[in-house]
Design a protein around this ligand. Structure first.
Ligand code: GMT
Length: 378
């Protein structure tokens, strides 16, 4: 197949999923065309069968905001015609699904029907999409996609509760490619002494991630004499507040902020616990990446996280903001008599999301969608 993929290039789960999916489809021999305004950060190598098409939206003195959506639709039309796309897969509804809809209409007028699949990732529904300034466009473009997927059952339910959805929503969970984790490299604790426990948080530091909670939970652990260090990976709007909190609590010597990383496996492999106290999380891809590296996850009992983390086995689920419970559960996981079992169970759980199980779900959906659209040309 010739497959177009539209995504955000920035640090965020939807861009990661789109990039990893593109690489895996290209490895299967499909021709994959990634369309975005810059190269997604996980596509930092050369891949046979994978091509990148940059969208440039030109500024003009009349515009207060550069109109990205028409530029994206125009680019989709151009790639569809010149690369003979069979199908387009857009990640994150806003504005990708409506841009795909417009491109499909333009292409129809040129005698080509380009079916598109929309994957809902979370904040495109739960935070941004339901805002009245976007919601009519989001619900229209979901209902007019040729197929729709959601990364968890919870996100599917949320979408159906928020919008009047007539289209079927297929749940296809996020996945992990175990082949990119090199278990043969011995894990070495770079950031702490071997007897110290290493706790890690990875996020884009948006308010929904509640990064300050991570520091407060860690502070409670130190007060209970847990010998540990905390590594905070990523960057974003809440990072300064989070750093200030470390200063206020006088625990800076125990915490390292290491900024954005293109690849997280090597650091994850050295960790003993991953904390994700988000307000909500449609799936929690970072939690899955941690589990695949054998790191138990302590996260909120919110959104799609209970579909990923099994309470009491691969980690624990705590109510959002219940920091005492988070701290108590962290102590339980880190306890020497429990830790190795939690690590084994975490890695075992991640296998349910093995790329080799999930990729065929997308390939079959593409084929079904293409088959259904035959005859709709022009
Ligand atoms: O806010 C983010 O974490 C980024 C956002 C995105 O769309 O890029 O992440 C969402 O999609 C990820 C991939 O499907 C999910 O793993 C995240 O749980 C989801 N984030 C939220 O729902 C807050």
């Amino acid at each position: 197949m010739n497959i177009g993929i539209v995504c955000y290039p920035t640090y965020g789960g939807s861009g990661v999923v789109a990039s990893e999916l593109g690489i895996s489809l290209a490895n299967l021999g499909h021709k994959v065309h990634i369309i975005s305004y810059s190269l997604p950060f996980r596509l930092n190598g050369y891949y046979e069968n994978l091509f990148f098409h940059e969208v440039s939206a030109n500024a003009y003195p009349l515009f207060e905001y550069v109109p990205y959506e028409p530029a994206l639709s125009s680019k989709i039309v151009d790639v569809a015609l010149h690369e003979s796309l069979d199908i387009l897969h857009v990640h994150y509804a806003i504005p990708h699904a409506s841009a795909a809809f417009l491109a499909r209409e333009i292409l129809k007028s040129k005698g080509k029907y380009l079916p598109f699949v929309t994957t809902l990732h979370g904040t495109d529904i739960t935070l941004v999409g339901k805002d009245p300034s976007y919601s009519p466009v989001v619900s229209f473009s979901i209902n007019n996609s040729d197929a729709v997927t959601s990364v968890s059952a919870d996100l599917k339910n949320e979408t159906q509760a928020i919008f009047e959805i007539k289209n079927k929503i297929h749940v296809i969970p996020n996945f992990i490619d175990f082949s990119k984790i090199d278990y043969s490299i011995p894990t070495k604790k770079t950031f702490c002494e071997s007897q110290e426990k290493l706790i890690i948080h990875i996020s884009n530091f948006r308010p929904v991630k509640r990064a300050e909670d991570v520091v407060r939970i860690f502070h409670k652990l130190l007060q209970k004499s847990v010998n540990a260090k905390l590594i905070m990976v990523g960057d974003g709007p809440e990072k300064v507040n989070t750093e200030n909190l470390c200063r206020e609590l006088k625990i800076c010597d125990k915490i390292r902020f290491i900024g954005k990383l293109d690849s997280v496996e090597n650091i994850l492999k050295t960790a003993d616990l991953f904390i994700l106290p988000s307000q909500t999380e449609s799936f929690g891809l970072a939690a899955l990446e941690a589990m695949a590296c054998g790191v138990p996850v302590l996260c909120s009992n919110a959104g799609g996280l209970p579909e990923v983390v099994e309470n009491g086995k691969s980690g624990y689920l705590c109510e959002v903001g219940d920091l005492d419970d988070f701290a108590q559960k962290a102590i339980e996981i880190l306890d020497a008599k429990n830790l190795s079992e939690f690590k084994i169970q975490a890695q075992e759980r991640a296998k349910a999301f093995d790329l080799r199980k999930i990729l065929p779900l997308y390939v079959n959906l593409y084929q079904e969608t293409i088959d259904k659209s035959l005859g709709l040309n022009g």
